[in-house]
Ligand binder design. Structure first.
Ligand code: PEP
Length: 256
C-alpha cells in the first residue's frame, strides 16, 4: 500500500516570521496524523528556520527548485547539497511555472533530477499538459514526453525513490480542478508507463500526486481514486486551517 503524501508549495510567499507562524499552526493541527506524509516547501529564505521548528514533528521539508551543479560560479542558484544542509529532504522539480517563466525544459528537469538523487533528496517531478494540449488530444503524449525525457538514464532503484506530481497546467491556480476521473485516467497512464519503462513493481511503488486547485472541498473525491496517492497544493497550502483540513481528509479517505 502506498503511503499518501501531501506537499504544500508556498511559491513566492511568506517572510520568515509568516512562514514560522504557518508551520506552527500546522504542527498544532496535524500532530495526530500518522498515515500521511506532510511536506512543506517554503521559499529558500525560510528553509533553515522551518527546519528547526519541524524537528520534533511529523512534517518534512522540501525546496521548490534546485540547480544541477553542486557549487561554482552560478550566481543566484542553490544546489542539492545546500538544500540538504538547510534541512530539506524533498525538492520540487520541473514545476510548470519554472517551465513557463524560467525556460525549464525536459533536459534541465533530467539534470536536476539526477542532482537531487545524488544529493539524497527525494524529487517531486512535475508533469502535465497545457489547456491547448488537452483540447487537441495531446495530454498523454505530453505527459509521456515529460516522464520519458525527465527520467532519461535514471535507473530502476532511483526511479522508485521519486514522487511524480501530475499537474494539468490549466488547473494550477485557476480554481478549475481536473475531475477525479480525468485525474485517475492520467495517473493510471503514468503508472502503466513506469511499468513499461521499469517494472511492474516500480510502477506499483511509485507515488503519484495530483496538483491543480486542490481544496478541502474537492480533496476527498480526488483521493478516493486508486492511483491518486496525494496532492501537490499551492493556494490552499498557505493557510494552516485549509492545508490541515485537506491532510485530515486525505488521512480519512486513505484509511478506508
Ligand atoms: C501548484 O503550485 O503546484 C498548484 C497546484 O497550485 P494550486 O493548488 O494553487 O493550483
Amino acid at each position: 500500500m502506498r503511503r499518501p503524501i501531501i506537499a504544500g508549495n508556498w511559491k513566492l510567499n511568506k517572510t520568515i516570521p509568516e512562514a514560522i507562524e504557518l508551520v506552527n499552526g500546522l504542527k498544532r493541527n496535524l500532530y495526530k496524523i500518522e498515515n500521511v506524509d506532510t511536506i512543506v516547501c517554503p521559499p529558500f529564505t525560510a528553509l533553515s528556520s522551518i527546519a528547526e521548528i519541524i524537528l520534533s514533528s511529523n512534517i518534512k521539508l522540501g525546496a521548490q527548485d534546485l540547480f544541477w551543479e553542486e557549487k561554482g560560479a552560478f550566481t543566484g542558484e542553490v544546489s542539492g547539497p545546500m538544500l540538504k544542509d538547510a534541512g530539506c529532504s524533498f525538492v520540487i522539480i520541473g514545476h510548470s511555472e519554472r517551465r513557463q517563466y524560467f525556460a525549464e525544459t525536459n533536459e534541465t528537469v533530467n539534470k536536476k533530477l539526477k542532482a537531487a538523487l545524488k544529493a539524497g533528496l527525494t524529487p517531486i517531478v512535475c508533469v502535465g499538459e497545457k489547456l491547448a494540449e488537452r483540447e487537441s488530444g495531446k495530454t498523454f503524449d505530453v505527459v509521456k514526453d515529460h516522464v520519458v525525457s525527465g527520467f532519461k538514464e535514471i535507473g530502476d532503484a532511483d526511479a522508485r525513490k521519486c514522487i511524480i506530481a501530475y499537474e494539468p497546467v490549466w488547473a494550477i491556480g485557476t480554481g478549475k480542478t481536473a475531475t477525479p476521473e480525468q485525474a485517475q485516467e492520467v495517473h493510471e497512464f503514468i503508472r502503466n508507463l513506469f511499468s513499461k519503462l521499469y517494472s511492474s513493481q516500480t510502477a506499483s511503488l511509485i507515488r503519484i500526486q495530483y496538483g491543480g486547485s486542490v481544496t478541502p472541498e474537492n480533496i476527498a473525491a480526488l483521493m478516493a481514486k486508486p492511483d491518486l496517492d496525494g496532492a501537490l497544493v499551492g493556494g490552499a497550502s498557505l493557510k494552516p486551517d485549509s492545508f490541515s483540513e485537506l491532510i485530515k481528509k486525505t488521512s480519512e479517505v486513505k484509511a478506508k
